[in-house]
Design a protein around this ligand. Sequence first.
Ligand code: FAD
Length: 323
Amino acid sequence: MNKKVLVIGEMREGELRNLSFECLAAARKIAGEGEVVGALFGENSQQRASQLIQYGADRVLVSEDDNLKKYTTDAYRQAVIQLCNNENPESIILGHTSMGKDLAPQVAAELQSGLISDVVDLEVEGDNVIFTRPIYSGKAFEKKQIEEGPIFATVRPNNIPALEKDEARNGEITSVDLSIKDLRTIIKDTVKKSTGGIDLSEANIIVAGGRGVKSAEGFNTLYELADILGAGVGASRGACDAEYCDYSLQIGQTGKVVTPDLYFAIGLSGAIQHLAGMSNAKVIVAINKDPEAPILEVADYSIVGDLFEVVPLLKEILKKEIY
Ligand code: FAD
């Protein structure tokens, strides 16, 4: 199968997100001997474009148009539609991030194309691409394909491994003129909410706390554990509702979906809505004083005990092991 696949890269604070490299790996698989075209918008995209080549793009289209400096649905929708019309790709891949979830359905609808969202795997069978995506809050997986028209897909972070970086890979980087007009949204300022400095959707290790942590001060001990491990801090909705931490930390059905290598579930019960956001973590460690807590059923390792005794002990041991 020789197809042209367009990957919309995503920048954060002037750096490419890892997920963009994972999207390129998905695109390479779909394209076969065909062409993978990367697209990057906003500040620094010219400097970062070569990274897309190193991770699998054959060429990259770049626009540093002032209207594309920060993501707005309005401006990016126009940009992606123009690129799709100019390039006629068979597939368009984006990350399953706030940006991708917002942008992909709008562009797909405008181009009257199909969209498969939250893709965790894909297979190529002859001319068909079969995408795998979770359903019922991750309790089952469905395989889907779209038979006609350009296919839009959003890829969930940490599921399709990026290709190995190849610094010797060459490709063309082209600046494109896009006509972005009649904008109804202008970003004046962005305020970053703290999640321990690590992007939860791409974190390898997450330390998550629940209502059992009992207070905002209790969360400080989780931040300390996270610091030792180089982890991000997450939370259950119970902890967010109790104002122990910010809602930007919430993991679950109505929070973030994460797939780290290691997930510490501390003082949280493991409600179905929480599991929807983290049950695909590779290794789950639960610390809970209730031996009947549902989280223990999905945990690979369970420590039944008082978190206020277990976590300090864990920190002490890890400090000795790591430093
Ligand atoms: P609890 O269920 O109260 O659990 C606290 C746990 O801490 C208990 O298991 C207890 O044994 C343990 N504990 C207490 N003290 C200690 C101690 N000293 N040491 C060790 N363990 C201790 N929830 C989410 O998390 N994410 C979502 O996205 C989400 N979306 C939702 C969407 C909808 C539509 C609805 C209806 C609910 C949603 N919820 C979500 C809420 C969810 O149903 C639960 O209410 C919530 O996850 C419970 O949070 P928790 O586990 O922290 O609290």
